[in-house]
Design a protein around this ligand. Structure first.
Ligand code: SAM
Length: 238
């Protein structure tokens, strides 16, 4: 349950240094002063910010596959199940150890979090360029629909953390859920669907279709995969 979830008071309060140790900025004496300490802000800052999130990352297949494809970008998996999040953290540590003379896998991390609750605590407005929602739990029953990871309320949070031009990637094997995600994201004023002809040109789409653990399972069972991408629009002028 949520009461033992740890989350920062604000994005400025989040200490990312243990997730991305290769990107910790050289300590600047000015920021290590008592000022930062008094405000309870982390003194170890990163040289760049997380820009890509995998919402409900499961066992981390997407992160591991995207790491070499987006080498200059920090990617974060977010997963609610403690044991699964820990598994992904160990997987990343092992991959880094197995690739000692490269920068491979230094740009990915995994955090245990409930993405339905605390996204704006972790990311500033407009911080993210991509958010992946891969094979989310379908919650078939009508009374369970409020547990779906795409909804009018949550789409406003995705809109908040994504910058204009940023992309929400969705994939599922459940056609009803696909239609639900398309309907809710198309109805949101901050998003427009990217035409299906254009989505295949994005190399992340092929990775998302083949590299997540769930996509491999669907492949083995010869199931269908429904993909939809949505672009974060500019906010209208005041
Ligand atoms: N994306 C992965 C894949 O494609 O292989 C995992 C898909 S799995 C069906 C859905 C995952 O979302 C599970 O690992 C589940 O624990 C996680 N999840 C469900 N609700 C969540 C929430 N509110 N916050 C974070 N993760 C969540």
């Amino acid at each position: 349950s949520d009461h033992n979830l740890v989350y920062p008071k604000s994005p400025d309060h989040m200490d990312w240094s243990s997730y991305f140790p290769a990107f910790v900025a050289n300590a600047d004496p000015a920021t290590e002063t008592s000022l930062a300490n008094e405000a309870n802000l982390p003194s170890r800052k990163l040289t760049k910010e997380v820009e890509v999130v995998d919402i409900g990352c499961g066992f981390g297949g997407l992160l591991v596959a995207l790491a070499p494809a987006l080498p200059d970008t920090l990617l974060l998996g977010m997963e609610i199940r403690t044991s699964v999040a820990e598994y992904v953290q160990h997987r990343i540590t092992a991959l880094r150890t197995q690739n000692p003379d490269t920068d491979l896998y230094k740009n990915i991390g995994c955090l245990r979090a409930n993405t339905m609750k605390f996204l704006p605590n972790f990311f500033r407005k407009g911080q993210l360029t991509k958010a992946f929602i891969c094979f989310p739990d379908p919650h078939f029953k009508h009374r369970k629909h409020k547990a779906r990871i795409v909804s009018t309320t949550l789409n406003s949070e995705y809109a908040y953390v994504l910058r204009p031009g940023g992309i929400v990637y969705t994939i599922t094997d459940v056609e009803d859920l696909h239609n639900w995600m398309v309907r809710h994201l198309e109805a949101h004023p901050s998003f427009e669907r990217i035409p299906e002809e254009a989505q295949e040109a994005d190399p992340c789409v092929e990775i998302m279709k083949t590299e997540t653990e769930e996509s491999k399972k669907v492949e083995r069972n010869k199931g269908q995969k429904f993909v939809a991408l949505f672009r974060r629009l500019e906010d209208p002028p005041w």
